[in-house]
Every structure is written in structure tokens, then in C-alpha cells.
Design a protein around this ligand. Structure first.
Ligand SMILES: C[S@@+](CC[C@H](N)C(=O)[O-])C[C@H]1O[C@@H](n2cnc3c(N)ncnc32)[C@H](O)[C@@H]1O
Length: 208
């Protein structure tokens, strides 16, 4: 009961604050500047990406958690393009095969319960040549001490941060799904604890 209260009334506000850390906002800007047209954003959260879209007509804002989505309303009202709310999970996307040119994920792939299924779904709805633009915190492949801690603390992190895994190797999961790697950058950013400091910023494509 107390946990449910935390999930519904406390965690969404914490998320909204933490996800506005300046180094994260810089990565949003870098990722989203070139995205245009119709975009599906999975795990829309509190709408923090909206100010960074430049040439976008429609954002399909897919978010399963309505308590989190409620905090996005002011940002949606201020957006100079259409934002369509979709209450659904990334494991089952309500889009046709080959429908979309762009899908965006910012710190969502860490939280999705079935990562592989969600990547298969993103691959299915993207047009051939379409792009998944993503920035995610990932498993630290270089530092074994951090990696051990990421594995050890993921069960606790999942409880306090709504399913968030510290130890996912997203690049491997993307390759296993069949995506072609385009831009791939690993960046250790400031202002975030070392366990979640290594970011993967990438653009990957469904092959033509
Ligand atoms: C760390 S938050 C990131 C929110 C937002 N993308 C941002 O950049 O601020 C993770 C988000 O993923 C969402 N999420 C969790 N499980 C999901 C699923 N199965 N499908 C889609 N989104 C999911 C959560 O509700 C939450 O909004």
C-alpha cells in the first residue's frame, strides 16, 4: 500500500526533477535536433523532450503510466505541433508494420520489462531505412567494479525507480534485433552517480 502510494504520488515528481539534470537536457538537445516529421516517442514520461524538437509535425507520446503522463500537460499545451497521447506499452505498439520513419527513446529502454520484445516492436513499426534515435544509461563494459555494482544493485534500483535496470547492454540488444548501427557514442556525463553515468547516444536503422 505504501509502495503503491510512492509509485503513484511520489516517484513521478522525483522522476520529473531528476530527468531535468542539465547534462541530461544537453543530451536531449543533441539527440533530437535533427528529428523531423512524425515521431513515436516511447516512454514519453513528463514531456521533457518536447522543447527540443525542431521540424516535427506530430509526436505520438506513448506512455503506460498515467500518473507520470499527467505531469506532461503544461509542456504539451506549449508545444507548437500535435502531441497525441497513447496509453500503451512499448512491448505492444498500436502501429502498423513499416508505418514510421522515426522512433525516439530517452532513458526508457532501461525501464521496459521486456526489452527484447519492445525492440522487436520498434523494428516492426519502422519503415525500412527508418531510424531509432536513443539515449540510454547502460552497462559499463570497461570498468568491472562498476559493472559488478550495476548487477548487484539492479534489483533495488528496479524497486525504487519503477523498473529501471542499471545493467542493460543496449547496443548488444539492438544488434540482436537486427538494427544497423549508425551514429554510436558512449559518454560519461556529469551530475549523475557513476552507476548510471555511462550513456549510449545512438541512431540505429532498420535495414533497407
Ligand atoms: C526514466 S523514465 C524516462 C522518461 C522520459 N523518456 C524522459 O526522457 O524523461 C522511463 C519511462 O519509461 C516508461 N516505461 C516503463 N515501462 C514502459 C513500457 N513497457 N513501455 C513504454 N514505456 C515504459 C516509464 O513509465 C517512464 O515514463
Amino acid at each position: 500500500m505504501l509502495y503503491k502510494f510512492y509509485q503513484k504520488h511520489i516517484f513521478p515528481h522525483l522522476l520529473n526533477q531528476v530527468m531535468q539534470t542539465p547534462s541530461l537536457m544537453d543530451l536531449r538537445r543533441e539527440l533530437l535536433l535533427g528529428v523531423s516529421g512524425e515521431v513515436l516517442e516511447i516512454g514519453f514520461g513528463t514531456g521533457l523532450n518536447l522543447p527540443f524538437y525542431q521540424g516535427v509535425d506530430t509526436v505520438y507520446a506513448l506512455e503506460p503510466n498515467t500518473a507520470i503522463f499527467q505531469l506532461a500537460q503544461e509542456r504539451i499545451d506549449a508545444a507548437p505541433f500535435v502531441v497525441e497521447q497513447i496509453t500503451a506499452s512499448a512491448e505492444q505498439l498500436p502501429f502498423a508494420n513499416n508505418q514510421l520513419q522515426h522512433v525516439v527513446s530517452t532513458w526508457t529502454l532501461c525501464s521496459i520489462p521486456d526489452l527484447e520484445q519492445s525492440l522487436r516492436e520498434i523494428y516492426r513499426v519502422l519503415q525500412p531505412g527508418g531510424t531509432l534515435h536513443l539515449v540510454e544509461h547502460v552497462l559499463n563494459r570497461q570498468n568491472l567494479n562498476i559493472q559488478r555494482l550495476q548487477h548487484l544493485l539492479t534489483p533495488i534500483q528496479k524497486k525504487v525507480a519503477d523498473g529501471c535496470h542499471l545493467n542493460r547492454d543496449i547496443e548488444i540488444a539492438l544488434l540482436e534485433t537486427g538494427f544497423e548501427l549508425g551514429e554510436v557514442q558512449y559518454i560519461d556525463i556529469a551530475g549523475i552517480p557513476s552507476l548510471a553515468q555511462r550513456m549510449l547516444l545512438a541512431r540505429v536503422h532498420k535495414p533497407l
